[in-house]
Design a protein around this ligand. Structure first.
Ligand code: IMP
Ligand code: MG
Length: 188
């Protein structure tokens, strides 16, 4: 992946590791949701790559929707404020909702979303995240399906961005923030 060579410090989850873990998660979800009305709810934008790979491994009917929750702006540190920028217009009553995230960091986004979703009276709300940075947790959140626990690094790739860039990398990598900031500033 030469285009990002100067911007990343190290690949921490490879393409193959992601593919293998998604196959395992999908088998588990397929088994856990037998006889349930599964609704997958992807959190935009970062989850779109993970969700699209995950659903193609699920061996059962499901609905797929997205909602938009933003807390970062263009920074690598969360503003701490979570806004739901796309209101849900969904019939979730009696359905089994699985929130799909790219990464759970402080836990603010996911805990707010779960709280909001309870208002729609679903049969259940669970959370599936590709990545989790437990060291940075500020809220207690139950994560039902976790792809990988990672250390406290700012990571990009496989859907995760820095200032809307690097989502197209096929792996998860630690960003060299100084290099990336300089490059993005000079390319504008
Ligand atoms: P939380 O509300 O602090 O748990 O943050 C969750 C959101 O912050 C995720 O859905 C990501 O969009 C973003 N985020 C957290 N850590 C990273 C990271 O290392 N790289 C890119 N985005 C991140
Ligand atoms: Mg996100």
């Amino acid at each position: 992946m030469p285009y990002c060579d100067g911007d990343i410090v190290e690949v921490i989850v490879t393409q193959q590791q992601i593919a293998e873990r998604i196959a395992q998660l999908a088998r588990q979800i397929t088994a856990d949701y037998q006889d349930k009305q599964l609704v997958l709810l992807g959190v935009l934008t970062g989850s779109f790559v993970f969700l699209s790979d995950l659903i193609r491994q699920l061996d059962r009917p499901c609905e797929v929707h997205f909602l938009d929750a933003a807390s970062y702006g263009n920074n690598t540190v969360s503003s701490g404020e979570v806004t739901i920028t796309k209101e849900l217009d969904l019939a979730l009553t009696g359905k089994d909702v699985l929130v799909v995230e790219d990464i759970v960091d402080s836990g603010r986004t996911v805990s707010e979303l779960v709280r909001l979703l309870e208002n729609y009276r679903p049969a259940s709300v669970k959370v599936c995240t590709l990545l989790s940075k437990t060291a940075r947790r500020e809220r207690t959140v139950e994560l039902n399906y976790v792809g990988f626990e990672i250390p406290d690094y700012f990571v990009v790739g496989y859907g995760l961005d820095y200032a809307q860039h690097f989502r197209n990398l096929p792996f998860v990598a630690v960003l060299d923030e100084d290099a990336a900031v300089t490059k993005l500033n000079t390319s504008e």
